[in-house]
Design a protein around this ligand. Structure first.
Ligand code: FES
Length: 161
């Protein structure tokens, strides 16, 4: 996406209903500015994040994906954010294998009361993506479904350990 001829990265944000989604609301109510190119999607817990969602978002035009969940120890489903942490680590590995910068996928924590932290996190991610430039998703990736299946398999294996 470009605004005044300048690159404005598209960020897809998967936000936990109990914390960062509310932090986003608070940032809005408090009139804290953050990049309008964030496309937020509410999920019930960061642990609900399927690695396929992230890869599909990047393949569909996002320059980066931001996942935000409750602080460690504060997940409403106990371990969901730890699950998200493991999945994001694996996703970063998959991105590196594809020759893409792993900073394009980031996981952060914010409570419902941290509207300012939310706004700052989105701004920092947008700044980093501006440095990286637009994502040129490799057209030659034909085995996308296999990669998604591989990422899921790795995540499930790690979770079972
Ligand atoms: S409920 Fe927020 S990360 Fe699990």
């Amino acid at each position: 996406m470009s605004e005044n001829g300048k690159f404005q990265p598209v960020i897809v944000g998967f936000l936990c209903n109990w914390c960062s989604y509310r932090a986003a609301d608070l940032a809005g109510i408090s009139r804290l500015g953050y990049p309008a190119s964030l496309r937020d999607i509410r999920i019930m817990c960061s642990g609900r994040l399927d690695p396929a969602f992230v890869l599909h978002a990047l393949q569909s035009g996002a320059d980066g994906v931001l996942i935000m969940g409750c602080h460690p120890g504060e997940c409403h489903y106990h371990e969901g954010n730890y699950k998200a942490l493991r999945r994001v680590r694996l996703l970063k590995r998959v991105l590196r294998q594809m020759g893409l910068e792993d900073d394009r996928v980031q996981l952060h924590w914010a409570s419902a009361a941290e509207g300012a932290l939310f706004a700052e996190t989105v701004q920092k991610m947008a700044d980093r993506l501006k440095e990286l430039g637009p994502l040129h998703w490799p057209d030659n990736i034909k085995d996308m479904e296999d990669r998604i299946a591989h990422a899921k398999e790795l995540a499930e294996r790690e979770e079972a350990e």
